[in-house]
Design a protein. Structure first.
Length: 308
């Protein structure tokens, strides 16, 4: 059931922020930056889950810019690819196009924030609705609507860059993951790693990549429960990601401990397929297809708790 919540409006670095607030949760988005989720707070514990580079102000990127030159903070929607690629001769930019374009905001409602964006990389409209439920759950409903006479492949991933605090651990119910990219010696794309400790000195569960700066992006598949979480063993804070495993059967896991541009953050990325490139997912027949004048829908839930 929806909980009691209110909508609020503020500004940061010259950008409008819109948000929803209940007694337990606060979430704020930046419509001009693709509806980026800039802040996700547990109001009871005070934990801010979203990461921001120290001292970096918000600014607008140009469509087609590399993601690493952008604001690189909070949570973005990557669509219709994560890695830059070409589909039928059409270039699709790094991390898709949503993060680098302003979106339209629907009429504000007490318990819902709605955004929409007409894509340029495919003839489709991307819609998102954020709502609060039971005072501690953020529900995000998505719809992609094809406006053409042709079918179109797509790949979506949630991309939440999260702070890593002392005591944080990943709870991912798998025994094995596949490597997308990693700085560990000998690691190659497609390698299978035992979870959570693929080699001595590495513990992905604790987001420990060893003594040297490093980073890793891996994919977990067959998450039959559709749930994964970040849990803090000291404070009891927990952020649980819940999906329908039939809709979103893969989970990207990104960890950087100083190895990528000196940053320390992590991401759990529910996605349609265990690929960063739409072209690779299409070749493997692993990505969804939105039918002519049809639509595709999916949902994720973010549950904020504190056992401390």
């Amino acid at each position: 059931m929806p909980g009691e919540s209110s909508i609020f409006q503020t500004a940061l670095d010259g950008f409008e922020l819109l948000g929803l607030r209940s007694t337990g949760v606060e979430i704020a988005i930046v419509p001009q930056l693709g509806g980026k989720i800039l802040s996700l707070k547990n109001r009871r514990s005070g934990r801010e889950w979203m990461w921001r580079p120290d001292g970096r102000r918000l600014f607008a990127s140009r469509p087609g810019d590399p993601f690493e030159t952008g604001t690189m903070c909070g949570a973005d929607d990557c669509l219709p690819t994560i890695a830059a690629c070409e589909i039928a001769g059409r270039p699709i930019p790094d991390h898709g196009e949503v993060w680098s374009r302003p979106c339209e905001v629907g009429h504000p409602q007490q318990n819902s924030l709605r955004t929409r964006l007409d894509l340029s990389s495919m003839p489709a409209r991307f819609e998102r609705a954020i709502s609060l439920h039971d005072d501690h759950i953020v529900r995000i409903d998505y719809r992609l609507e094809n406006h053409s006479d042709d079918p179109h492949p797509f790949l979506w991933a949630f991309h939440p860059l999260m702070k890593i605090e002392i005591g944080d651990e990943l709870a991912v119910p798998v025994n094995e993951v596949s490597v997308e990219v990693a700085t560990l010696p000998g690691a190659r794309r497609g390698d299978r790693w035992a979870w959570p400790a693929p080699t001595p000195g590495i513990n992905l569960h604790r987001m420990d990549l060893g003594s040297q700066p490093g980073y890793a992006k891996v994919f977990a598949i067959s998450l039959t429960s559709g749930r994964a979480a970040v849990f803090n063993s000291i404070t009891g804070d927990r952020l649980t990601f819940s999906v329908d495993a039939d809709e979103l059967p893969a989970l990207g896991i990104w960890i950087t401990r100083g190895g990528w541009r000196g940053h320390h953050h992590a991401a759990l990325e529910p996605t349609h397929a265990p690929f960063d490139s739409l072209a690779d997912a299409l070749e493997a027949k692993a990505c969804p297809i939105v039918n002519p004048h049809g639509g595709a829908t999916w949902r994720i839930e973010l549950e904020l708790n504190c056992d401390g």
